[in-house]
Design a protein around this ligand. Structure first.
Ligand SMILES: Nc1ncnc2c1ncn2[C@@H]1O[C@H](COP(=O)(O)OP(=O)(O)O)[C@@H](O)[C@H]1O
Ligand SMILES: [Mg+2]
Length: 265
């Protein structure tokens, strides 16, 4: 499974979702690789890694002289032993312009994964907020897509536009099959806030019309920021915190997809 975490808004919770799913899937016994496709390199911070050396990032993997040796760092070793990350860095900005001119530009990540397969069962792509070349290579390399959104008014129109962009891009890339959009994940949800409840009520039927699943929201908790500043998922930072459970339906859905694919094979 190659899962792209995609959104056209900054701060919607892509890195939070990507890192927490990576942790929980590893905890369930799956092996996971988390690839940071964002020049901001937030995976490093959220996963407690120090700044990578210049030739030890995903930019190296995407360069023409890539040797085939993926730069992977283990994560949360005190708790799990089957999750690694390939770090992102500001040098990805240069990669963006290289991808634009590369004859295989839009397919380069998929090419790398075919030529130099990762051994992990699940590869998660943490995407940038811009729908540019880095999001495009994630789409063309992905089998599944998850879309986190912040519960705020602009997300309603924003998610409709994102879905339009995804379908349009998959068509242009002639992907066959298209990656499966597993659903939208409302994030930073506070049920006491009327506008939050209101937005969920509006988004749900909209997604239903498009036949896209809307997951139960991830609640707002300041502990997410605290946990990420320590490089930990909330499950390790505050093991008893209720927000940790908000990810379970997504994990359940991912595991059932994985099981389904195993049967198909
Ligand atoms: N459910 C949540 N409650 C509170 N803060 C959150 C939640 N999810 C994410 N955050 C915080 O919001 C900020 C943006 O989240 P992040 O995952 O970095 O978004 P993105 O990767 O889409 O830019 C981070 O500081 C993160 O810790
Ligand atoms: Mg991010």
């Amino acid at each position: 499974m190659r899962l792209a975490i995609l959104s056209n808004a900054g701060g919607s919770g892509k890195t939070t979702l990507a890192s927490h799913l990576a942790y929980l899937l590893a905890k369930k016994g799956y092996s996971v690789a988390l690839l940071d496709l964002d020049p901001q390199g937030s995976v490093s911070l959220f996963c407690g890694l120090s700044r990578p050396e210049a030739n030890q990032t995903i930019a190296t993997v995407l360069s023409d002289d890539f040797s085939g040796k993926w730069p992977l760092s283990p994560l949360w070793e005190e708790s799990v032993n089957n999750v690694v990350a390939c770090q992102g860095e500001l040098t990805l900005v240069k990669t963006i312009s290289e991808l634009t001119h590369h004859p295989r530009g839009a397919y380069l990540l998929n090419d790398r994964l075919l030529d130099y397969p990762l051994s992990q069962q699940i590869v998660i792509f943490d995407c940038p907020a811009t729908l540019g070349p880095l999001s495009t290579i994630a789409i063309s390399a992905s089998t599944h897509i998850l879309i986190p959104i912040q519960v705020e008014p602009k997300s309603i129109d924003g998610s409709a536009k994102l879905l339009e962009w995804i379908y349009h891009t998959c068509g242009l890339l002639r992907l066959n099959p298209f990656p499966l959009i597993m659903g939208v994940v409302p994030n930073q949800y506070d049920q006491r806030v009327a506008i939050h409840r209101n937005i969920l009520e509006q988004i749900n039927p909209l997604l239903q019309q498009l036949n896209i699943h809307c997951f139960e929201p991830i609640r707002y908790s300041s502990e997410f920021k605290n946990a990420s500043s320590k490089g930990l998922p909330i499950h390790l930072y505050r093991p008893a915190h209720a927000a940790g459970k908000d990810f379970y339906p997504i994990i359940k859905s991912l595991i059932s997809q994985l099981a389904q694919e195993e049967t198909n094979e």
